[in-house]
Design a protein around this ligand. Structure first.
Ligand code: GCW
Length: 683
């Protein structure tokens, strides 16, 4: 069934007859020595991939016997590769990189896939197959590729009972009940999909952590997963519940400066390493949203992180300490708290600690300005945390391609070391000379047959992985790859779907939170509109706190006259964002309380512009529907119908958002909705 299970690794036969002919000549035989688990996977991938793409069986030989050999391996695994003397070029690509070169081998024109490690060969294998999947010219390859970030990690917010926090694609993949004895094929398919992108780490458990995963009963299960993932280059990490020494260790305290607590964690880490020798380390959410942490004992984040870092350091582990912290301590503006707590700790973290910062200072909104911590802690490796799962972007019923959102943050200029100090340079270590680097994505994967609930959710897993490897790739090029691999290389399909992908995130911003509005989603579940929400639990969990609409206008004043969160940015950024005239309109209501009659670039008043943006959002979804209708003839019925019915829901939801927000905000603006726009209806 065409249910999307095969992701972007479908390997259907090359559609263009000329290309097919060429490829059959250019890839006539394979030379790949070695029988390690990783090389066996590479061999199997090449066998299946080429058989599918070329529609013929592939011959394996020991030496190139004719033109068109693919020679793959490391100098250690393959005498043929070793003899090519690629040492200088190989040195440049590092432990995970690879070369793909068209060159003579034994006088036969060949394609060489060489790497320093077997995982490098596997990554190169997927790259080579991708070239065919995307109908590229492979006659003169001269590719040298290596990741710009060291740790490329998925964060699963998976609970031990298999529910997934903010997961919309079924239940957790990890079947703890049947582990360690039963290794579901799905674990291998998961690891393979990650390897195809170069994702090299997975945090199995929710950051709202359960200490039980650190007990022996679970560690043997974790070890079984780690064993299954290892040949794919995928390392396992766990979340560490800060109070674990009390909950599962029988101690009275979890104070990070208490020697018995320190010893407990050292022993625990050693125990974990006895099961998982290459355990990656811990991811920690502490003193945020009620989670325990060092502040419970009057200590700070560095005290907490360093204790865990010391515990995993002997075996080379790392600690990813999250900066997503807030509580009622900063009542005037939640956006300020992370910076206020972390910035003063710069320079106090151990060498094997990374501070993991969400892209924006509030919480994974459809659009946020970059987090002020990027560039603000030059002595600390800062890791990016993106959310792939669409918690605030319509969850699994809305199509939103997130590469443009990821890229927007990566390309943002922090100005912390002058112009050009982009967020990308902060996290890849080039701005402040760090070698420990990383990026995390909160996974959108569950046990739904198509992995991500919405078929197009796959594009976000894909885009995250591709950007984690190379943050300079454009959203458009990633979209084209994904479409080619998932659907077709035919322009009849590529053009309309490309259009859908590239419009989708902006559409969501428009019908949910245009012009810098944020966090006006339904209370707690974050699905659907809820700008009217107030008086529940805490001020910073209400919508009115964020939009501040009144008779005069709307928006959160974060300038000097307001919370002054703006002061956390470099002066050049403050200057740009702080001025109503120069503040990018997409962030206008993030930083300013703006009067309803304020004139925008379009010449419209703020109120009218809001009306237009909400309406545009609805129209953009309708355009997506039209585009999708165009691909019907070229697509299997099953995937077509799946997306078609979800788009229908998305169109309803876009209207729901538009109508709810405009009618609600109109109670403050008391201005009419422009005549020419579709009338909101009360539902
Ligand atoms: O986005 C919010 C979510 C919480 C989540 C928290 C976090 C895991 O609503 O469900 O908890 O952020 O990132 O810690």
């Amino acid at each position: 069934a065409e249910d999307g299970y095969r992701l972007w690794l479908r390997y259907d036969q090359v559609q263009d007859a000329n290309k097919l002919q060429q490829y059959r000549q250019q890839v006539s035989e394979i030379v790949i020595e070695g029988s390690s688990p990783t090389l066996a996977i590479a061999r199997k991938e090449l066998t299946q991939g080429l058989k599918g793409l070329l529609g013929q069986d592939i011959i394996f030989t020991k030496q190139p016997t004719k033109a068109g050999a693919l020679v793959a391996g490391t100098p250690a695994s393959s005498p043929v590769v070793a003899a090519l003397q690629l040492n200088d070029k190989l040195k440049a690509v590092g432990p995970e990189g690879y070369l793909l070169l068209t060159m003579p081998v034994n006088g036969k024109n060949s394609t060489v896939l060489a790497a320093n490690t077997e995982v490098g060969v596997l990554y190169g294998t997927f790259h080579f197959l991708r070239l065919l999947q995307t109908a590229q010219d492979i006659s003169k390859l001269s590719i040298s590729s290596s990741p710009k970030l060291q740790h490329r990690v998925l964060n699963h917010w998976d609970n031990l009972d298999r529910t997934v926090e903010r997961g919309y694609a079924g239940f957790s993949l990890w079947d703890w009940h049947k582990l360690p004895g039963y290794i579901d094929q799905r674990y291998l398919d998961y690891a393979r999909a990650n390897a195809s992108l170069g994702i090299n780490g997975t945090v199995l458990t929710n950051v709202n952590a359960n200490a039980l995963v650190l007990t022996k009963e679970y560690l043997v299960k974790v070890a079984a997963l780690a064993d299954a993932f290892r040949p794919y280059g995928l390392k396992v990490y766990l979340t560490a519940r800060f109070s674990a020494p009390i909950e599962i260790g029988g101690l009275q305290t979890a104070d990070p400066l208490d020697p018995t607590v320190q010893t407990w964690w050292k022993d625990k880490a050693a125990e974990i390493y006895s099961y998982v020798p290459d355990f990656g380390g811990f991811l920690v959410k502490a003193n945020s949203e009620g989670q325990p942490g060092p502040q419970n004992y009057g200590r700070n984040h560095a005290d907490g992180a360093n204790m865990l870092a010391d515990a995993v350091a002997p075996q080379g582990g790392i600690v990813m300490w999250r900066a997503f912290v807030y509580d009622d301590k900063e009542p005037d503006d939640r956006a300020k708290q992370a910076y206020n707590e972390f910035k003063p700790l710069d320079g106090q973290f151990r060498k094997n600690v990374m501070v993991q910062v969400k892209n924006g200072a509030i919480d994974f909104q459809p659009r946020e300005p970059f987090h002020p911590l990027f560039g603000a802690m030059p002595k600390t490796p800062i890791m990016m945390e993106f959310q792939i799962t669409q918690e605030y972007l319509g969850q699994a019923t809305n199509l939103a391609y997130l590469a443009p959102m990821f890229r927007e943050t990566l390309q943002a200029d922090t100005h912390t070391k002058g112009k050009g100090s982009t967020v990308a340079k902060v996290i890849d270590g080039t701005l402040d000379n760090h070698t420990l680097t990383g990026i995390a994505g909160v996974a959108n994967i569950g046990n739904d047959r198509n992995w991500t609930g919405h078929l197009f959710g796959q594009s976000n897993w894909y885009a995250f992985g591709r950007l984690a490897w190379n943050h300079q790739l454009s959203s458009e090029s990633i979209a084209t790859e994904w479409i080619n691999m998932t659907f077709s290389t035919n322009a009849n399909v590529v053009l309309p779907v490309q259009d859908m992908l590239m419009t989708s995130r902006e559409a969501v911003v428009n019908y949910m939170t245009p012009l810098g509005l944020h966090h006006i989603m339904g209370w707690s579940h974050h699905y659907g509109p809820g700008p009217w929400i107030k008086d529940k639990h805490r001020a910073d969990w209400t919508s009115v706190y964020y939009h501040r609409a009144d008779e005069k206008g709307i928006g959160f004043d974060r300038t000097k006259t307001g919370s002054n969160a703006l002061a956390q940015y470099a002066p050049a950024v403050q200057k740009q964002f702080g001025n109503l005239k120069t503040c990018p309109e997409e962030f206008l209501l993030w930083f300013h309380h703006v009067s309803w009659d304020h004139k925008l670039k379009s010449g419209r008043t703020l109120w009218n512009e809001l009306c237009y943006r909400y309406s545009d959002g609805v129209q953009q979804v309708r355009d997506m529907q039209q585009n999708w209708a165009k691909v019907a003839p070229a697509l299997d019925e099953e995937r077509f119908a799946h997306v078609q019915s979800l788009l229908k829901i998305q169109e309803q939801e876009a209207r729901w958002w538009r109508d709810a927000c405009l009618l609600y905000f109109q109670t403050y603006s008391k201005r009419p909705i422009p005549q020419e726009l579709e009338k909101p209806t009360q539902t």
